[in-house]
Design a protein around this ligand. Structure first.
Ligand SMILES: C[S@@+](CC[C@H](N)C(=O)[O-])C[C@H]1O[C@@H](n2cnc3c(N)ncnc32)[C@H](O)[C@@H]1O
Length: 222
């Protein structure tokens, strides 16, 4: 496992959920991870909200049928005719809008009846602000989601800039979902999508995700 890229590690951890499947990559960035997925998947729909990144992603060659979409994934998914087998997103740690829990609940809302697999990347890097006071924020968030809904947390390591970087994957199949009512305290259901949309319209810039989650977090006292 030791000399692999992040994309290769995700493919290794989730091989069965990607191979021969229709995969929806929410937030595909510049497409490198999508490219790795395309070596196994049957078809990919990859959506990116930052225009420059989406443009770069469109320039890459993919090994399977791949559609790169520039836009907000939630808006796009609301009208999607295909039913993806698997969703992947490396989302933020916040439990509310734009974070892992919100995305999981959005996929449940939109595609729950088709029971897709949902997977989230978890940064375990000690750099880049993913740890605060020794606490891995995304891992913590995944553990909270796991208490509410179930699912598995897997881990691996990838090589970046000559360094081994730990990375995790939170995986859940929506047919196995168990809702622990006492733990299910998410306010996200109460936030209207309009709030998110308003923010998206006002700040379509770089560093989008951080601003997006921070601003929405502040606005909603999260
Ligand atoms: C942490 S990056 C991950 C990029 C890539 N998947 C990877 O693993 O390298 C998250 C990406 O999601 C995008 N994003 C955030 N919210 C989004 C939304 N609502 N719709 C589409 N893309 C979104 C961000 O612009 C960013 O490129």
């Amino acid at each position: 496992m030791k000399d692999k890229s992040r994309g290769e590690i995700i493919c290794e951890l989730a091989k069965k959920k990607i191979t021969g499947k229709t995969l929806c990559h929410i937030g595909c960035g510049t497409g490198e991870i999508t490219k790795e997925f395309s070596k196994l998947a049957k078809k990919i729909i990859a959506i990116e909200i930052e225009e420059d990144k989406a443009k770069d992603a469109k320039k890459l060659n993919y090994a399977c049928e791949t559609e790169i979409v520039y836009g907000d994934a939630y808006e796009y998914l609301k009208n999607l005719n295909t039913k993806p087998d698997t969703f992947y997103f490396w989302a933020g740690f916040r439990p509310k809008v734009g974070g892992m829990q919100w995305w999981l609940e959005s996929v449940i809302k939109l595609f729950g009846e088709f029971a897709p697999d949902v997977m989230f990347g978890i940064s375990l890097s000690k750099h880049n602000g993913h740890y605060v006071d020794g606490i891995p924020l995304q891992l913590n968030s995944a553990k909270i989601i796991q208490k509410i809904y179930g699912g598995n947390i897997l881990s691996g390591e990838y090589l970046e800039g000559g360094e081994l970087v730990p990375f995790g994957l939170f995986r859940i199949n929506l047919k196995d979902i168990k809702i622990n009512e006492k733990m299910s305290v998410s306010k996200s259901w109460k936030l209207s999508y309009k709030t998110v949309q308003e923010y998206i319209e006002s700040s379509p810039t770089a560093n989008f995700q951080k601003y997006y989650t921070d601003r929405l977090g502040q606005k909603n006292e999260l």
